[in-house]
Design a protein around this ligand. Structure first.
Ligand SMILES: Cc1cc2nc3c(=O)[nH]c(=O)nc-3n(C[C@H](O)[C@H](O)[C@H](O)COP(=O)(O)OP(=O)(O)OC[C@H]3O[C@@H](n4cnc5c(N)ncnc54)[C@H](O)[C@@H]3O)c2cc1C
Length: 683
């Protein structure tokens, strides 16, 4: 026997009613919000000496005999990125993700800008993982072990009962308690059952079916019966696709997560992420082209995305990606209204979600806020208004700051000049500031890793010191470098641009290891020292072979308008072979001889004459896995002193005005060119 909303409104609010020992708590939806809520409520109640009868109604829980977990069939339309915050909170709660569920562990987040990509290493002590949320993609060997099933299992271990059913509506009975009517999933007209509960938490998300219309969905309409003021959250359509590659084809992307904030004039993408998971990669796209697409456009959009030059460069050649699952799910971008009533509250995506990032973590925080409220404040409407509603409003307010953060970040990374300025500013910071003093790197990491509230991120972005770094370390240096590129005729057509600057702490560590390996005791404190490094998807032998073309003039990787490097004696990579650095003006020219070769790890040239006489020039190749390596260049020399007053003054001035940045600009270009040549022709 149910009563109408008007009748229910006339009944007194259960203001001072608390969950009693043995009270029934029904949870609609067993995604992260529902599972977290059940786990936390059970634990908190137990701590207060109460046992709850917890029931989770989940439409996709298969509960198969063949698998140990209460499995989630299909998927929950999510990229499955586990942020560092979520990882920490899971561990704090004793929820340790087993190895079978973890598909990837990111060591770096790569933010792609129109100018260059920035690699942000996951900070020490932070962990960023990826998982699959359900049994898709279908041909995975251990697909029944997935994140949502694991969380549901945890909830069951805490005492929850799991019912495989689809909630059809919620209404109040004569007792004033809410009751959930549910039936067999995908049989809307079939038989239904009802559970009356002391409290109902609705955690059914915004994708009962992916991309459904929230205004017309029957369950959402039914919710309005119990919560007349309910207005669904505002959602935005995303495109998510699981791509499958040949076994091992994506190994170069292992341990990376990619964020790209631009598409092309024809394919308007505001935000995209690529998360490798073994032989699969999950791609998520958001933007006007996705907003306006028809269901039949899904595949075409993904194909066009993969054809974008910056995405093509990212995916290993020959990976032969093929889509195995794709859909247009909803993403919550603004909170719901009227999300609570007497003994009923919504939790997770159906009420609010952290904007564009870290939705699973926000499912946890909303679940925590609701469970705290129930056990500390009570289950009536006014208790929920006092203990739960302010949290949701604060959360939503922070998302408004998030809108500004993402707009600024998108504007920056999608424009060539702005993106170059920010890239340069970050590089200046990496090269000149200690790790804990890097404001921009910190801000970018927090945006990418979801590591702080949006209001704090925006505040950090607006600090005068951050703006100054962008102006001085970014804008001015970009202007100077762009001039140098013109002067030396460096062109980027057809070549990818990659980060080659080395962070302060890595510089010294690498420098010392080079000197030790090469047994060089001089130049411990050189007056000029530079290091550049680039990651190349090829084995050391192939890189070494390409380095042999140092001195091949126009045909090699190093060629500029005013500096030509020519081999004048010996053969490629032959001990004692000599190259001439032919520089205009002439007095800057010098010769270098290949003095040491250490296996496939090092080539060391010694400067024979000119202003850098006795200096060293080292190519160092460090392996990264089987068929990738990091190529570093280390250059060090002391300036000449001069024997009497005039030359002494000349060399002092020369040292003062020596344009080291020109060296950076030229070698940055040459390393990107070398990487291109090697990767295009890996054999
Ligand atoms: C494309 C995309 C990519 C994303 N990527 C990430 C990411 O990488 N990392 C991240 O942290 N967040 C990500 N998110 C956000 C994240 O998916 C959500 O914030 C999170 O899933 C919310 O959890 P939830 O439990 O509220 O809802 P859901 O995960 O949607 O769970 C709802 C559950 O309720 C069940 N259900 C629905 N209706 C009924 C019913 N009537 N009866 C019974 N059961 C029902 C569903 O089967 C489902 O299991 C992404 C979102 C999208 C759209």
């Amino acid at each position: 026997m149910t009563i109408s909303p008007a009748e229910r409104a006339r009944q007194p609010d259960s203001r001072s009613v608390f969950l009693q020992d043995g009270a029934t708590l029904a949870v609609v939806g067993g995604g992260p919000a529902g599972a977290f809520f059940a786990i936390l409520a059970a634990r908190k109640a137990r701590a207060l000496g109460k046992a709850l009868d917890l029931v989770i109604i989940e439409k996709n829980s298969g509960g198969r005999d063949s698998c140990p977990a209460h499995t989630i069939e299909g998927c929950n339309y999510c990229a499955g990125g586990i942020s560092p915050n979520l990882f920490d909170i899971l561990n704090q709660n004793g929820i340790h993700l087993p190895e079978e569920i973890i598909e990837g562990k990111a060591e770096s987040v790569i933010v792609h800008g129109d100018w260059k990509s920035l690699e942000l290493p996951v900070p020490k002590g932070r962990t960023m993982l990826s998982v699959f949320r359900g049994t898709r993609p279908q041909n995975r060997p251990s697909r029944y072990e997935n994140f949502d099933a694991f969380l549901l299992d945890q909830a069951v271990n805490e005492g929850a009962r799991l019912i495989c059913g689809e909630a059809r509506d919620i209404s109040y009975g004569k007792s004033g308690k809410p009751a959930v009517r549910y039936g067999e999933p995908s049989r809307p007209g079939g038989e239904s059952k009802t559970i009356e509960a002391d409290f109902v938490a609705v955690a059914s998300g915004v994708n009962q079916t992916p991309g459904m219309n929230l205004a017309t969905d029957p369950f959402f309409r039914a919710l309005k019966g119990a919560l007349p003021g309910f207005r669904p959250p505002k959602v935005r359509r995303a495109l998510i696709c699981e791509m499958q590659a040949e076994e091992e084809a994506l190994r170069h992307l292992k341990a990376e997560v990619h964020f790209v904030q631009y598409g092309s004039r024809d394919l308007r993408i505001e935000m995209s992420s690529l998360i490798p998971k073994g032989r699969w990669i999950t791609i998520v796209l958001l933007g006007p082209s996705v907003d306006a697409a028809q269901p039949s456009d899904r595949l075409a959009i993904i194909e066009r995305f993969l054809e974008l030059p910056h995405i093509k460069r990212l995916i290993p050649r020959g990976a032969r990606l093929r889509p195995v699952c794709l859909c247009f799910p909803n993403m919550t971008v603004k909170r719901a209204r009227g999300f609570l009533g007497d003994r009923i509250a919504l939790v997770g995506d159906i009420v609010v979600s952290r904007l564009y990032k870290d939705g699973i973590f926000s499912a946890y925080t909303t679940a925590e806020a609701l469970s705290d409220c129930l056990l500390n404040e009570g289950i009536g409407r006014s208790a929920l208004m006092k203990g739960y509603a302010p949290f949701i409003r604060r959360f939503d307010r922070d998302n408004r700051f998030g809108e500004v953060v993402f707009t600024l970040s998108r504007l920056t990374f999608s424009r060539p000049v702005l993106s170059r300025i920010v890239y340069q500013a970050v590089l200046t910071e990496l090269k000149s500031k200690a790790r804990n003093k890097r404001r921009l790197v910190n801000v970018l990491w927090k945006i990418a890793g979801g590591d702080d509230s949006y209001s704090k991120i925006l505040w950090a972005m607006a600090q005068p010191a951050a703006i100054w770094t962008i102006f001085w370390g970014g804008a001015l240096m970009t202007f100077r470098n762009a001039l140098a590129e013109r002067l030396f005729g460096l062109r980027w057509q057809g070549i990818g641009r990659y980060q080659t600057g080395v962070a302060m702490e890595d510089f010294e560590e690498k420098r010392q290891s080079f000197l030790r390996a090469l047994e060089v005791s001089s130049l411990q404190r050189p007056e000029f020292a530079r290091m550049y490094s680039i990651r190349i998807k090829a084995g050391r032998a192939r890189v070494l072979q390409e380095l042999g073309r140092f001195g091949d003039g126009e045909n090699g990787f190093f060629s500029t308008r005013r500096v030509v490097v020519r081999r004048i004696s010996g053969a490629a990579n032959e001990l004692g072979s000599t190259v001439l650095y032919d520089v205009s003006p002439r007095f800057l020219s010098f010769r270098m001889a290949l003095e040491k070769i250490v296996g496939t790890r090092f080539l060391m040239y010694r400067v024979l004459d000119g202003f850098a006489r006795d200096g060293i020039f080292v190519f160092g190749i460090d392996p990264i896995g089987e068929d990738a390596c990091s190529l570093s260049i280390y250059v060090a020399f002391d300036f000449p002193r001069g024997t009497n007053a005039l030359p002494r003054s000349f060399w002092r001035l020369f040292r003062l005005f020596f344009p080291g940045f020109v060296h950076d600009v030229i070698w940055n270009h040459s390393l990107c060119r070398l990487k291109h040549l090697v990767e295009v022709n890996p054999e």
